[in-house]
Design a protein around this ligand. Structure first.
Ligand SMILES: [Zn+2]
Ligand SMILES: [Zn+2]
Ligand SMILES: [Zn+2]
Length: 358
């Protein structure tokens, strides 16, 4: 089946061709692309759609045709959401018209004048809606990981240029962890039985290969000496900006990190220490930097007065060159703000006054 050719870019959540739309449930999933339902009127359950979507995604992955990587990520992500919707559908009260998977839920009166909540319309809940309902129903799912899969899937469509099979190993590895956990814990089923041997073995294999390679990369990174421990944390979290992979391998082990080069094992992108550290540290502190812009407060990062790289203000050291700056003004003893480090060992004010005195 050539899925890639029939995908519509405008839709984020679409069912693969050949998966029948859930007419009875009124799900609009894939409505724009799927053929009319066969006259048999068979309702294909959400669970079956989920399993098919994941299986087709893994077929896309196994195909030698690199163009199918996009449909792989879409299918797999759509499959995860359908698994979630299946759970919500199971929990919906019988007479509620699948209330839990509908975007709109309205109160109606039954014959005894009791309020009942019923699903209305054909729109089903989106990712945010599923998240809110799961949280309210105390169904725990690793949303951070799902966000990662989702943003990776988005990025792969919009930004990444080097699409190779290896590049989506990390996405499939995350997918494996989510699917395995959710099917066992919340659907009380054996994922191997539910997904079938073939799909399951692809997932297991990708996950094992990825985990093994990731372990190798991490232990090489951990063997290096850094100017500050936070730099290692940032490196461990970093994903390649070309392909999204977390497989960043250092060229040397057991020595100074600044003497190493780094290569993405998935796409081959090479970075010097300075290039990697500035990207990784910026990513690592992006939330704190964002907060410092919106809520005020000091930024955890400053431009290094020595090399212009990322200076870790709270740690008092430049991640890029190892420069340590004076943080206390030698004239007035006030703290030198991140943006005033260029005036160290004086604060901006004192530097200004002293320049007038000259
Ligand atoms: Zn890469
Ligand atoms: Zn520096
Ligand atoms: Zn001062």
């Amino acid at each position: 089946m050539k899925c890639a050719e029939i995908w519509c870019n405008a839709l984020a959540l679409i069912a693969p061709y050949g998966l029948k739309r859930e007419l009875v449930r009124g799900d609009t999933f894939g409505a724009a692309l799927t053929p009319p339902l066969a006259a048999t009127g068979t309702t294909v359950s959400i669970l079956k759609n989920a399993v098919d979507s994941i299986a087709i995604g893994l077929e896309d992955y196994s195909s030698p045709d690199q163009r199918r990587i996009l449909s792989c990520t879409r299918n797999v992500f759509a499959g995860i959401l359908l698994l979630f919707k299946h759970k919500l559908s199971l929990l919906s009260p019988l007479s509620s018209d699948e209330a839990l998977i509908k975007q709109r839920v309205l109160p109606v009166l039954d014959e005894n004048e009791h309020v009942e909540w019923k699903g209305k319309g054909s729109k089903t809940v989106d990712v945010q809606g599923i998240k809110e309902r799961f949280e309210s129903l105390k169904i725990d799912v690793d949303w951070k990981r799902i966000e990662k899969i989702n943003s990776f899937r988005n990025d792969i469509e919009h930004y990444f240029s080097n699409l190779k099979h290896e590049a989506i190993q990390s996405l499939l590895s995350d997918t494996f962890l989510i699917i395995n956990d959710f099917i066992r814990k919340h659907l009380n089923k054996d994922p191997k039985e539910l997904l079938g041997d073939e799909a399951w073995s692809v997932l297991i294999e990708v996950n094992e290969v990825y985990e093994r390679e990731r372990e190798e990369c991490l232990s090489a990174l951990q063997s290096l000496n850094y100017f500050d421990d936070e730099i290692l944390v940032a490196f461990e979290k970093y994903s390649c900006e070309e392909c999204g992979s977390g497989l960043i391998l250092s060229s040397v082990a057991g020595s100074e990190a600044i003497n190493s080069n780094f290569t993405c094992k998935s796409c081959g992108k090479m970075l010097t220490y300075e290039e990697l550290v500035n990207k990784a540290v910026t990513d690592h502190y992006s939330y704190e930097v964002y907060l410092s812009h919106t809520d005020g407060g000091g930024s955890p990062l400053a431009d290094c007065p020595q090399c212009g790289g990322s200076y870790l203000y709270e740690r008092g050291i430049c991640a890029s060159c190892g420069h340590t700056s004076e943080h206390t003004c030698q004239r007035c003893s006030s703290t030198i703000a991140p943006e005033e480090l260029f005036f160290a060992p004086f604060c901006g004010y004192c530097a200004h006054v002293m320049s007038k005195d000259d």
